[in-house]
Ligand binder design. Structure first.
Ligand SMILES: [Mg+2]
Length: 514
């Protein structure tokens, strides 16, 4: 449904070099267009600095949050209760139409004039600007992606005037922090006139200033059709792809050249995992059965993660749940650790073994020793209380160069609240032989937690990834590794999934032999 939603919103006009994939009747997507266009420009101008330009309000920041904040501030200051329970989704008109908004919200007549005056005074005040509203989902991932690309910068081109430069930078950098996105003053183009004055000309001037600085502008994202028209008309290079963010906009929708439109920033259509794979180790979660093994071997993923258990017959088998949690059945066909180790060895892949029980340590080490996998292709993971100091020491003794990881989300409150204690705790883990910290993406305050670990220079593994967008977002933070179920429905493995996403396709040819 979500796919149908944005596909329906896409307009492609007068753009001569459509990606050939769309000729198959496949719906176009603006992020996919952006990816294809960027790649073409990169090939055409390998030595130039490429620049992707974003408008701020209504493009990066959801103005509805901003409007809600101003109205709630009114209630707080006046001691009134006109906007009790107000949520961003209740804001259904452009921020420049407060009268209409107050009608829709049913604000008391005697307060209207006062609310409108307050609104006019505060909507764009530096005070309000200092706190940015919510960014649209995915947009900071898109910006992060481009900021990671070599020879590429992201610029901001806003109708906000110079007077709020500092407040704008401060608030946007605060919003971008969790995504490791940052904006610089040199790449922030603002309106040299006053609020709302000559915005379209300001947008054109902004692009010209970027050109003058030697940047090759290749894409511009804005939510106002009138701004896009002005910039498209002034563009003499013919190289700029315009992206209309269909959020809430004021000017009339109109056809503009070289414009694609969309209403959600979906990383899946922009970020190819083959690029991420060069920077992040991917670990296929739960290779505990033959189906997952085949899919894993068909993928380009380097690491297989598996859970080892001892079955009631005393054999080492691969199983996520214990036999107490989920009793076996007559139909269950056990998949043995030895089979997996030899498959991984034959295909030059690497193995991450999740040790769920201490008593499995010795037999697992024996099985690994027998198979002769080198240390650089081995990874052991265990909770600190499962193995304890002695258990970890035993792994280090047998495999001094293997990865040894342990989940640390349980210590998140400590890591966040008591940095000194946290450093001692982590030093203890290091002394035990742990080389990598594993954190659950679903943990509360995960971004803060990653922010604490990042400067400490620990290798970090992220696990607990619920879906493809989360996987891409987590990977863009460039942890050492990400453990995920790579058979997301939107990807193509052996006909599984909807196959809607050609951009995330693994080479299945490799599976033929496996
Ligand atoms: Mg805007």
């Amino acid at each position: 449904l979500r796919y149908a939603h944005y596909a329906a919103g896409v307009i492609v006009e007068n753009f001569p070099e459509l990606d050939p994939r769309f000729d198959r009747g496949q719906a176009s997507d603006w992020m996919r267009e952006l990816a294809a266009h960027y790649e073409r420009m990169r090939r055409a101008h390998p030595d130039d600095w490429l620049c992707i330009v974003f408008d701020i309000d209504g493009t990066i920041l959801d103005m509805r949050d901003h409007v809600v904040r101003v109205l709630l501030a009114y209630d707080r200051e006046r001691g009134s209760e006109q906007f009790e329970g107000l949520r961003p989704e209740d804001i259904t008109v452009h921020e420049s139409r407060p009268g209409l908004l107050l009608d829709r919200l049913g604000v008391a007549d005697h307060l209207r004039a006062d609310v409108l005056a307050y609104y006019a005074e505060n909507l764009w005040s530096a005070e309000t600007m200092r706190e940015a509203g919510g960014p649209y989902p995915g947009v900071l991932g898109v910006i992060r992606w481009f900021q990671l690309q070599p020879g590429t910068v992201v610029a901001l081109n806003t109708g906000r005037p110079e007077t709020v430069r500092e407040a704008t930078l401060t608030s946007l950098n605060e919003v971008g922090r969790t995504f490791r996105v940052s904006f610089s003053s040199e790449l922030l183009c603002m309106n040299r006139r006053d609020w709302g004055q000559g915005v379209q000309q300001a947008k054109v001037d902004g692009l010209e200033r970027l050109h003058a600085r030697g940047l090759r502008v290749v894409a511009v994202v804005d939510n106002e059709p009138a701004n896009i028209r002005a910039m498209a008309e002034a563009d003499t290079t013919g190289e700029v792809l315009f992206l209309h963010a269909e959020t809430i906009f004021e000017s009339h929708r109109e056809s503009t050249p070289r414009t694609v439109a969309g209403s959600s920033y979906e990383l899946r259509n922009l970020v190819p995992e083959r690029e991420l794979r060069r920077r992040v180790q991917f670990v296929w979660h739960g290779v505990n059965d033959e189906a997952n093994l085949l899919q894993f071997l068909a993928s380009g993923i380097g690491w297989a993660e598996t859970d080892v258990r001892r079955d009631p017959l005393g054999r080492l088998v691969l199983r996520h749940d214990s036999f107490t949690e989920t009793p076996w059945t007559r139909a269950e066909r056990p998949f043995r650790l030895a089979e997996l180790i030899s498959a991984v060895g034959e295909h030059d892949r690497s193995l991450k073994i999740d040790l769920k029980e201490a008593e499995l340590l010795e037999p697992v080490l024996a099985a690994v020793r027998e198979a002769g996998l080198p240390d650089n292709r081995l990874w052991f993971n265990a909770a600190i209380d499962t193995l304890g100091r002695e258990g970890f020491a035993q792994i280090v003794a047998s495999h001094p160069d293997a990865v040894i990881s342990s989940p640390v989300d349980f210590a998140a409150p400590l890591l966040l609240a008591a940095p000194d204690l946290a450093r001692r705790f982590l030093a203890t883990l290091g002394a035990w032989g742990v080389t990598r910290l594993s954190v659950d993406w679903r943990a509360p305050r995960i971004h803060d937690l990653l922010g604490v670990l990042h400067p400490l220079a620990w290798d970090v593994n992220i696990y607990g990834i619920p879906d493809l967008e989360a996987f891409l977002e987590a990977s863009l933070l460039l942890p050492t590794s990400v453990t995920a179920d790579f058979n997301f429905p939107a990807w193509n493995y052996f006909g599984r999934g909807s196959g809607e996403n050609g951009y995330h396709e693994f080479d299945l040819g490799a599976a033929a032999g496996g």
